[in-house]
Design a protein around this ligand. Structure first.
Ligand code: ADP
Length: 363
């Protein structure tokens, strides 16, 4: 049987464990040896106890747990060739030349680079007698498949990333909780949610929670938006509402590209409407807690599909990312989608919203 390694890298997200579990079990089911690589690329570079053979039972009882059982890390060593050389040596010592990478666009970029470099890394390892000629022969190709874990839902080419739905649930729970206290004191709450280049969480949460106002980076408001906001909130009060909710993405900006902060909005409302207004920044709460049913199913489907894709990979096939397209799991070219995702982030930074929308639309 073949050997494969599974690791989680970059920021954690709910549903990563479901993906991990499915990849391990599909691998075992297909007769592979499956290794868990702990602490992302750092564990790959350091080797030793960071790489451990998984059994069916190793991944029992984790399907709903948030975070990642096997740890995640940012790893500087892997960004340099010597680090990747050590990683290659460690993988070969376990007979691993198939990898499932669960992470964001940074992690997938690293995986792609590793694959491209593999052959030259093996040459160096053979020349310096760190691996044998036979090992050089047996593991001459590295196959990689990517899964996107990200609560922001900011990856081009997939309808949903693993974790976004759970984060949305966490936000809705928080809004529901705030609403009861806001009602009692007739307050307004400005709630900031995550999303630097992508307003998915703010927009979806705003719709699902009946918010009065939503601000997302993709739709910077025209000059004078403060008047409109106040008019809207005042109208709600005239209609008899006892509270207001404003949802703002952390990356919200105005037409000039100036960041709009939750505090700024609070001050405006307080000053102009004399409504008792408070700010709540949700932060890492959104990344924590149990995975939603949707993310458990999504992670499971993607993890299983990732292993199937690895088994189908040939030496010259392009690496893929598993994506969700119209509720079907499918395989899309890894580098193309990573590059598109980076181009969207760049367009958002350049405030070229039309370009960002175009790039997203053709995902
Ligand atoms: P994410 O995967 O969530 O986008 P990062 O961008 O921090 O998170 O990437 C996670 C890790 O992936 C980095 O700490 C690094 O080890 C590796 N990585 C990212 N970009 C590269 C790259 N260009 N070359 C090699 N490794 C990379």
């Amino acid at each position: 049987g073949r050997s494969l390694g599974v690791f989680t890298s970059g920021g954690d997200a709910q549903g990563m464990n479901a993906a991990l579990r499915a990849a391990v079990r599909m691998g075992i089911y297909l007769g592979c040896k499956v290794y868990l690589i702990y602490e992302g690329y750092q564990g790959m570079v350091d080797g030793g106890n960071n790489i451990q053979l998984a059994t069916w039972a190793t991944v029992s009882g984790i399907i709903g747990a948030g975070g990642t059982l096997i740890g995640s890390a940012r790893c500087m060593d892997f960004k340099e060739r010597p680090g990747r050389l050590r990683a290659a040596k460690n993988l070969i010592s376990f007979g691993i030349n198939n990898l499932v990478c669960i992470g964001g666009d940074g992690s997938l970029t690293g995986a792609n680079l590793f694959k491209q470099e593999w052959s030259s890394l093996l040459d160096e390892l053979t020349e310096t007698k760190q691996i044998t000629e036979e090992e050089r022969e047996n593991y001459s190709f590295l196959n990689i498949v990517g899964l996107v874990g990200s609560i922001d839902n900011d990856f081009c080419g997939t309808d949903m990333t693993i974790g976004a739905d759970s984060a949305l649930h966490r936000i809705i729970e928080a809004v529901d909780a705030i609403v009861t206290t806001a009602f009692s004191h007739q307050r307004c709450f400005v709630m900031e949610v995550m999303g630097r280049h992508c307003g998915y969480l703010a927009l979806a949460a705003g719709l699902a929670s009946d918010a009065d106002w939503i601000m997302i980076p993709e739709n910077p408001p025209e000059k004078g938006w403060e008047d409109k906001l106040c008019k809207r909130l005042a109208l709600q009060r005239e209609l008899g509402h006892r509270l207001n909710i404003v949802l703002i993405a952390e990356g919200a900006i105005d037409k000039e590209g100036k960041p709009i902060s939750a505090d700024y909005i609070k001050d405006i409302i307080k000053k102009r409407l004399k409504i008792d207004t408070r700010v709540t920044i949700l932060g890492h709460v959104q990344r924590g807690g149990a995975a939603s049913a949707f993310d458990r199913v999504l992670g499971t489907r993607m993890g299983a599909e990732a292993v199937l894709a690895l088994m189908n990979a040939t030496p010259d096939s392009e690496p893929v990312v598993i994506s969700l397209n119209g509720n079907q799991t499918c395989r899309i070219p890894l580098m193309e989608s990573v590059e598109k995702t980076k181009a969207v982030a760049k367009a958002m930074e350049d405030k070229d919203f039309l370009r960002a929308a175009e790039l997203r639309g053709t995902s």
